[in-house]
Design a protein around this ligand. Structure first.
Ligand code: TRP
Length: 450
């Protein structure tokens, strides 16, 4: 078996983890949730969730990974030999596998839209709802796009931790941030920018219902890539001198800034066009936005061309760095459990995921009628992973670190054996033992109970 490597630099560790966190969840899911849940008031609660629950849970995942220096399944088995806790590791790798197989489907769509946009095909008066339905229900094209996307992810993972994940994150994350900057500036020039900004910045607290608060908790978890061992796996490559609390704060800050700036890009655009509702749902990015770009820039088509091209490139980069982390969680396990080379492990994961991905993709077309509990294959995967296993995983991680692990071990890991000062340790510990598990349990029950 190959020797285990670490991330070569601290900035590499931060950018790779931020790459995992910043994904379709930020650019597509966050604005949709903001639109559905009343704008600025939702953002306010979301920020609170990130600070109070998200960062402590991220620190916990980091400490499990860095302490054990192994894949997620072995990490739990090592810390709790022969105990049931190791189910959490198994669930983590399993869910990462499951999410990856449908994540590549949406990622494939972003690739298609990028190609369309560069080819000038999104700069025309078309019925974008039909364009979208026509594309996703076609049996071949979305699969081809998914395969290309998977191949990209595969090549990076096969190259390994330093020359694959770290190097590409160091390239892609700054590029992603630059594109966001350009798009935010462009979008401030749009006619609807004032209205869009007002929607994002002026909170109406009367909109804050229990369900809005709980959606914010759910979104925070998804966006930060928590509870599935992704960040645990990355942390197993952190060096011994990495400051875990600081890294968690850094990663969460980047993730949150990207989410909010995505709102700054999307809402001014959406408000620039009449008769488009802000809560357009999952179609927001693939149906509403192309038409919005088209109408809003009808007087300066070249600007629309740049705007939409950059937008889908942004989405693609975000998706790729997240897919890498999902892939790596599974590959690291296969590689270490079966003592095979990284290349072989990565091929096994890519092929297996792509096979499942084909079924997910076809569920938008020919397999649309194959349903269980009223959900098609794609929806079933998404539902089981993000609404069932993810919250349970979150609760288990909190209970594991807060109640099972020795407090000394936890404190040692977060302070690098006493070398660093972590003044808020007691607050952290209180949150991990009580606040976070109870809050997640509340989300979970709300999602499941009618
Ligand atoms: N956080 C990513 C996003 O915002 C998705 C993701 C990657 C994820 N790894 C994860 C979500 C682990 C939950 C758990 O799109």
């Amino acid at each position: 078996m190959e020797k285990r490597t670490d991330f070569g630099s601290k900035i590499g560790a931060v950018l790779a983890s931020a790459g995992s966190a910043v994904g379709l969840g930020n650019v597509w899911r966050f604005p949709t949730e903001v639109g559905n849940n009343g704008g600025a008031a939702f953002i306010f609660v979301y920020l609170l969730c990130i600070a109070v629950i998200g960062i402590p849970v991220m620190m916990s995942e980091f400490l499990i990974g860095r302490h054990t220096h192994t894949n997620t399944i072995h990490a739990f088995a090592k810390l709790a030999p022969g105990k049931w806790w190791r189910i959490e590791g198994i669930a983590g790798v399993f869910v990462a596998f499951m999410i990856l197989s449908y994540y590549i489907v949406i990622s494939g769509w972003t690739l298609f839209y990028l190609i369309q946009s560069v080819g000038g095909r999104l700069q025309a008066d078309r019925d974008y709802s039909q364009v979208f339905t026509g594309f996703v229900s076609n049996p071949w094209m979305p699969i081809l796009m998914g395969v290309i996307f998977m191949a990209l992810t595969h090549v990076i993972i096969a190259k390994g931790v330093q020359s694959g994940i770290e190097k590409s994150s160091k390239l892609m994350m700054p590029l992603l941030l630059l594109i966001i900057g350009i798009l935010v500036v462009c979008s401030f020039g749009m006619p609807g920018s004032r209205e869009g900004l007002r929607f994002l910045l002026k909170p109406d607290f009367s909109k804050l219902t229990a369900s809005v608060i709980l959606s914010a908790v759910g979104q925070a978890f998804f966006s930060l890539s928590l509870a599935m061992g992704c960040l645990c796996t990355y942390a197993s490559y952190f060096r011994q001198d990495t400051n875990l609390p600081k890294t968690a704060v850094g990663v969460s800050t980047i993730d949150t800034i990207v989410a909010i700036l995505s709102g700054f890009i999307i809402f001014p655009a959406v408000f620039s066009v009449e008769n488009v509702s802000v809560d357009a749902g999952p179609g927001l990015v693939f149906i509403t936005l192309p038409s919005v770009f088209n109408i809003a820039f009808s007087h300066v088509p070249w600007l629309g061309y740049i705007f939409s091209g950059f937008f889908y490139l942004l989405l693609l980069l975000a998706a790729l760095t997240s897919a890498m982390s999902l892939h790596e969680s599974v590959t690291a396990y296969v590689l270490e459990a079966f003592h095979v080379s990284r290349k072989k492990a990565a091929i096994a994961v890519s092929v297996a995921c792509m096979t499942l991905g084909v079924f997910c993709s076809l569920s938008f077309g020919v397999l649309g009628d194959v349903k269980l509990f009223g959900l098609n294959i794609f929806e079933l995967f998404d539902f089981t992973a993000s609404k069932i296993i993810l919250p349970i995983g979150g609760i288990i991680i909190c209970l594991f670190v807060g109640w099972y692990l020795d407090r000394k071990l936890v404190e040692n890991e977060l302070t690098n054996g006493g070398k660093l000062r972590f003044k808020l340790f007691r607050l952290y510990y209180f949150i991990i033992r009580y606040v976070a598990p109870l809050a997640i349990a509340a989300v979970f029950l709300r999602e499941l109970l009618p």
